[in-house]
Design a protein around this ligand. Sequence first.
Ligand SMILES: *Cc1c(COP(=O)(O)O)cnc(C)c1O
Length: 425
Amino acid sequence: MSQFSYKDGVLHAEGTSLSAIAEQFGTPTYVYSKAALLANFAAYADACRGRDALVCYAMKANSNLAILDLLARQGAGFDIVSGGELLRVLAAGGDPRKVIFSGVGKSVEEMRLALSHDILCFNVESIPELHRLNEVAGGMGKKARISLRVNPNVDAKTHPYIATGLKANKFGVAFSDALDTYRTAAQLPHLDVVGIDCHIGSQLLDDAPLLEALDRLIELIDQLGAEGIVLHHLDIGGGIGIDYREQGEKAPVPVGDYLGRLFARIDAWRAERHGGNGIKVIFEPGRSIVGDTGVLLTKVEFLKHGEEKNFCIVDAAMNDMARPALYQAWMDMQPVLQGGAAAATYDVVGPICESGDWLARDRALAVAAGDLLVMHTAGAYGMTMASNYNTRGRAAEVIVDGSVPHLVRQRENPADLYALESLIK
Ligand SMILES: *Cc1c(COP(=O)(O)O)cnc(C)c1O
């Protein structure tokens, strides 16, 4: 059930009108629904109930402290990709013992920080990284828990920029090299080999590639076990897609269905081969936790009728939401007030000096200058990818809880943007 719907002709987030939010906090503003966030997390938590499983929210999708806090209170762990993200988890009161650290380029400083907080696991992506981590841990008199990110070479059939499990991607260790890499890792004195992970891509509408990846991981776990390298967890990554409401787009697999099928395979493995006894299952969902919980609220500055196209120029831009410019992503736009001006077909664009600065193309919209619009399904990879291009302060963020809007990030002022700069003498 969507938490964004019209009531008396005005679009609401839960019980709060988006017009009132624009009036109180200005635009552009990201508006999230607390109920939607909790429901999305519950879909994972419910399917994991009674099992040894951990949901590590991939916080690069949306790392606002209030979101992290709400999820941490539900028992979430976190999948981080930088030292900065670990500091956010700590600032939000999250448990570092439920943190896994992904990414191909972890620095020595980031490794030290993560080790000093005793995170659950490093998801290692290469042999040089194994050696660096071994050295850093040794220097601190510690052992680093590691998992190898294996590249199962399955085609996730998604956008090339967000497919990550193919041979040609920069991520992970090739499947054919995995056994040898595990043997290397097991020899290193300051590493504790505890798991295996993969992440094959994002916005997957179908779970078949994920289940195929699971089969390949299981194969490796069995082979490793036969050599005496016993793993304690299996991390299948994130990647479940969401409904961007594009016409003709396939509906994404429901989270509960996917997890049901995944656990059924793990149970069968256990029953048939006594494999995976005591193995913990880890998930790293990002988009499917936050994507549909948020909208980007924006105001129409001008309507411009060109020779070939009409432009709806709004106060949000590619610096606020990069997905259309970056991936040609289709995002749904709706006016906040129903039944306004006559509809016309517009390209919705921002004020930035780039032709790539568009939010939506060829949309029938009934809008006039001064009206409010929302971009739907903007909760994931929106604010976290925002920049300050054109010295534009980043948007405010609001979480709605019923009829109460909470400001969870203030709008940036231009002075904030150059506060760290200085003139040369
Ligand atoms: C981005 C990412 C995720 C989350 O992906 P979603 O498609 O948002 O679920 C999980 N794991 C890793 C390693 C990632 O890089």
